[in-house]
Design a protein. Structure first.
Length: 159
């Protein structure tokens, strides 16, 4: 099963997290693709994959500029996404924006759930005002997430 990591980023931190996952998690999932959200729309979810939304938060709780088109298409071109299984990684700065911390990924999560998609596991957040490196903690979370959910998905796909 392919893991397709869709990246919404402003400062490339979310992209760096996704690339670290791509490099470190191939023992759990040999087919990993990192794709920037630039120009994507809801049709990306027609692809057969396990999806991972990796989104930064811009300004006061918005999705990054490169993710705006995809995010808008989830509202403007809605369709049932009951076949979609996904996870969410959301980056933000709780120190500077406590009210809207990590809302970029949370916004995607809400829209996907409204369309019937199924989030697997808890949403992961990273606080830029903390001391933890996002790549390190993101890879650790993703390894656990994949180990927890991928076997059941692969078994279901094989049957």
């Amino acid at each position: 099963m392919k893991l397709l990591i869709l990246v919404g980023t402003t400062t490339q931190t979310a992209e760096c997290v996704a690339q670290a996952i791509e490099m470190d998690c191939t023992d759990l999932c040999p087919d990993i693709e990192v794709r920037l959200m630039d120009g994507l729309d809801i049709s990306v979810f027609d692809e057969p994959a396990l999806f991972l939304i990796c989104s930064a938060t811009y300004g006061t709780g918005d999705v990054p500029d490169n993710a705006q088109h995809l995010y808008a298409s989830l509202g403007n071109e809605p369709k049932y996404l009951g076949h979609v299984k996904y996870g969410v990684m959301s980056l933000g700065d709780e120190g500077a924006y406590p009210q809207t911390f990590a809302m970029g990924g949370r916004n995607f999560d809400a829209r996907l759930q409204d369309l019937g998609a199924h989030r697997l596991g808890d949403l992961w957040t990273h606080d830029a005002s903390g001391d933890e490196a996002p790549e390190e903690s993101g890879v650790a979370w993703c390894r656990n997430w994949l180990a927890t959910h991928l076997p059941a998905l692969q078994a279901a796909a094989a049957s």
